[in-house]
Design a protein around this ligand. Structure first.
Ligand SMILES: NC(=O)C1=CN([C@@H]2O[C@H](COP(=O)(O)OP(=O)(O)OC[C@H]3O[C@@H](n4cnc5c(N)ncnc54)[C@H](OP(=O)(O)O)[C@@H]3O)[C@@H](O)[C@H]2O)[C@@H](O)CC1
Ligand SMILES: Nc1ncnc2c1ncn2[C@@H]1O[C@H](COP(=O)(O)OP(=O)(O)O)[C@@H](O)[C@H]1O
Ligand SMILES: [Mg+2]
Length: 294
């Protein structure tokens, strides 16, 4: 179906770092992710944000999950939050700690592995409505918003949402088949709910749109159909926003670099053996390649 938007094919680049760079110049990312049994999701977001150039990454998770997340990667910091009986972040009990962490953050990456609860639904609504820091919302951040997707229209700062078709179906009420039949049109319509909203509708040929512009990603491969591949994308886009890229540009570069990292990972692991950590490992070469082109 044809959509009335400006089609973008050029991929923005990060630019060269000045010789006197320091980590304060490249953004502090706060990751809110992980729940009982899903420590890996938090680790993948944090590691991919670091591999995408973030100056500093903090990962906050439920108290039983945070020490596990800490064992994956020494280069990010981890913060245990009060948890409920199911091992999920307890909100509003976590609000004071979250306020302190958010004060130190340039961008939030929220959702992978969080789980769903009434407290988490309250937390995500609070983040959308009350918190002024730009954010990437993925996975359970979106599932917890499914009862009130209209709140995204009220966003007063840039928000990037990164649903796969199943999550987009929960947000919009359309079936997965309806979404897949009109990926561009559905993504553009949703993005037009707010001037601050960027939609990244994932899957083969991921669609990125702010409602005015549209990019369809050519990179990536079926080896990326593996658990955690999307968690990696969340960290990539957040890191690029933290480095000062506007949300739409960060989403376009992030999606492109993530797919390229997957293509690089395929050279080593093949499509069958590829796992999400291989995509994290491919990011360094992907950004090197894009830097050389840009
Ligand atoms: N290591 C960890 O800790 C990991 C933790 N993770 C965390 O797990 C949580 C649950 O997330 P999830 O995505 O696995 O489950 P869910 O939202 O029910 O999605 C499945 C539904 O979506 C659909 N669907 C999806 N893609 C589609 C496509 N391209 N095209 C078409 N349909 C598509 C699919 O449809 P189906 O094929 O079944 O018809 C099905 O209905 C979440 O918090 C996540 O962050 C994971 O990241 C893994 C690693
Ligand atoms: N066949 C494919 N071609 C290109 N990209 C793919 C393919 N399959 C999956 N991906 C990418 O992998 C990621 C999967 O994300 P998601 O479904 O959220 O996984 P998870 O929640 O397990 O991390 C998305 O970025 C998606 O575009
Ligand atoms: Mg996902």
């Amino acid at each position: 179906m044809s959509v009335d938007v400006e089609r973008i094919s050029a991929v923005p680049s990060l630019g060269k770092r000045p010789a006197d760079s320091h980590k304060g110049m490249f953004g502090h990312v706060l990751v809110l992710a992980g729940g009982r049994g899903m420590a890996g999701a938090a680790g993948l977001v944090g590691a991919s944000a670091l591999r995408s150039g973030a100056g500093l990454v903090r990962v906050a998770s439920p108290s039983e999950v945070a020490p596990v997340v800490a064992t994956f990667e020494p280069s990010y910091m981890t913060y245990p939050l009060p948890q409920d009986g199911d091992g999920l972040i307890d909100f509003p009990a976590s609000a004071p700690a979250l306020n302190r962490l958010i004060d130190q953050a340039d961008v939030l990456a929220v959702g992978p592995g969080l789980g769903q609860s009434s407290g988490l639904a309250q937390m995500v609504r609070w983040i959308v409505q009350e918190v002024g820091v730009p954010a990437v919302l993925d996975a359970d951040a979106l599932n917890n918003l499914a009862e009130a997707p209209g709140l995204l229209a009220t966003a007063s700062r840039p928000i990037v949402v990164t649903p796969h078709p199943g999550e987009f179906s929960r947000l919009t009420g359309d079936s997965i088949a309806q979404i897949q039949a009109d990926r561009e049109g559905k993504a553009v319509a949703f993005a037009r709910r707010s001037k601050n909203l960027v939609v990244v509708l994932k899957g083969t040929g991921t669609v990125v749109t702010d409602g005015r512009r549209l990019f369809v990603n050519p990179t990536g491969n079926p080896g990326m159909a593996t658990g955690g591949a999307g968690d990696v994308l969340t960290g990539v886009i957040a890191a690029l926003m933290g480095q000062g890229m506007p949300a739409f540009e960060a989403a376009v570069l992030g999606v492109h670099a993530h797919g390229l990292a997957g293509d690089i990972a395929r050279q080593h692991s093949g499509e069958v053996g590829l796992i999400a950590g291989d995509i994290v490992d491919g990011l360094a070469d992907a950004f090197e390649a894009l830097g050389a082109l840009g």
